[in-house]
Design a protein around this ligand. Structure first.
Ligand code: N2P
Length: 357
């Protein structure tokens, strides 16, 4: 019996000890060495070798999860129950997360490599002073097309997507803002329009695109377009660049009525458990050589001025992916339209998707 009591005591002591140890390792207080960093990023949005190098350099083990739209990412983080240390939302989502108290302010003293970022990408209206977010990639939304598959069509205007020659030939990326934005832009409206009659008009216009839409897809859009399973795609610029790397016939244009200019920045969600590690990761990604390798690998445009020096001229000099200030000045950045309006955009997009069924 005595032995049983002794064993019981030992078990309790060990269990309590373990509990304390886990609490300590999980505490957001700080870097505990040999710990983990949970990253929640867009799919296909980092060179996996860089993750391995970061792990080796810091001894931190990375747990990696992906999303394919800002809306999916927001829903997951808003619901709670997640422990992401890093996420990489676009500007309007960052503004919304700030408003909802979902982000941790950054400690700039831990981000010495921030000095390499082109100042044009700092201090933007969605996060003045970059209190909560650090530039990662930027780009546009446009049309990638295969000249051999479109019956002589050229793409200068959004309107061209409605051409009957494109029946069942278009793939759309699965994003509410992007697709609604295209509908609004094609009518000459702003992609931040909140006027109900304009939104309804955009949805009716999108419904009329239905016969031309082959599918609405996630990251597989790149494989499908490069493999000539579809002729035309509504895509983000960096995906276009990757597709064009695979299939040189394809081209990318930003239609003349205007389109979206976006910025994806790294943030630390409120539920983070390794804030120290998150800063280490951000600073690692800001290193010019790392940023250049990452940009070359994923095809997206880097905001890191110093990194541009490490990129081949055929990448950094390509106006389709590094458009001039003159062109970007004509594009619009998505605004945080507020909780209700963003939900309304999602609803309208969903209705359009249902209309296809
Ligand atoms: C990468 C998606 C890039 C997101 N697959 C554009 N904001």
């Amino acid at each position: 019996m005595k032995q049983l009591v002794r064993m019981f005591v030992v078990v309790v002591v060990v269990a309590v000890g373990l509990m304390y140890l886990t609490a300590y390792l999980n505490s957001s207080q700080g870097y505990t060495g040999g710990n983990t960093l949970t990253i929640y990023n867009w799919g296909d949005y980092i060179d996996p070798e860089l993750i391995a190098e970061f792990e080796e350099e810091t001894g931190i083990k990375v747990i990696y999860q992906t999303f394919d739209s800002n809306e999916a990412m927001l829903t997951k983080i808003e619901q709670g129950g997640t422990t992401f240390d890093i996420s990489i939302p676009s500007e309007y989502a960052i503004s919304k997360m700030k408003e909802e108290g979902l982000l941790v302010p950054l400690d700039k003293s831990k981000l010495p490599n921030l000095k390499h970022i082109d100042p044009a990408f700092l201090n933007l209206s969605f996060d003045e002073g970059n209190e909560y977010s650090i530039p990662y990639f930027w780009g546009t939304v446009g049309v990638v097309f295969n000249p051999d598959m479109v019956d002589g069509l050229t793409f200068n205007s959004w309107e061209d997507l409605w051409d009957p020659r494109l029946r069942n030939k278009i793939l759309l990326l699965d994003g509410a803002r992007e697709v609604m934005g295209m509908g609004l832009n094609s009518l000459g409206y702003s992609l931040n329009d909140t006027e109900e009659s304009h939104l309804q008009e955009a949805k009716r216009k999108l419904n009329r695109l239905t016969p031309n839409v082959k599918a609405i897809v996630g990251d597989e859009i790149k494989m499908l377009l490069a493999g000539e399973e579809a002729a035309v795609g509504l895509v983000w610029s960096g995906d276009a660049s990757e597709i064009m790397g695979e299939n040189e016939k394809l081209d990318y244009v930003v239609p003349s009525e205007g389109s979206n200019l976006w910025f994806d920045n790294m943030v630390i969600p409120r539920t983070a458990r390794n804030i120290e590690g998150a800063h280490l990761f951000m600073n690692f990604m800001l290193d010019p050589e790392v940023a250049a390798r990452n940009a070359e690998y994923v095809g997206y445009s880097t905001p890191n001025a110093k990194a541009l020096e490490f990129l081949p001229e055929e990448i950094s000099g390509d106006e389709r992916f590094y458009p001039s200030r003159e062109l970007t000045g004509k594009l619009e950045v998505y605004e945080n339209l507020g909780k209700r309006m963003l939900a309304h955009y999602n609803e309208l997009f969903l209705e359009f998707k249902m209309h296809r069924k």
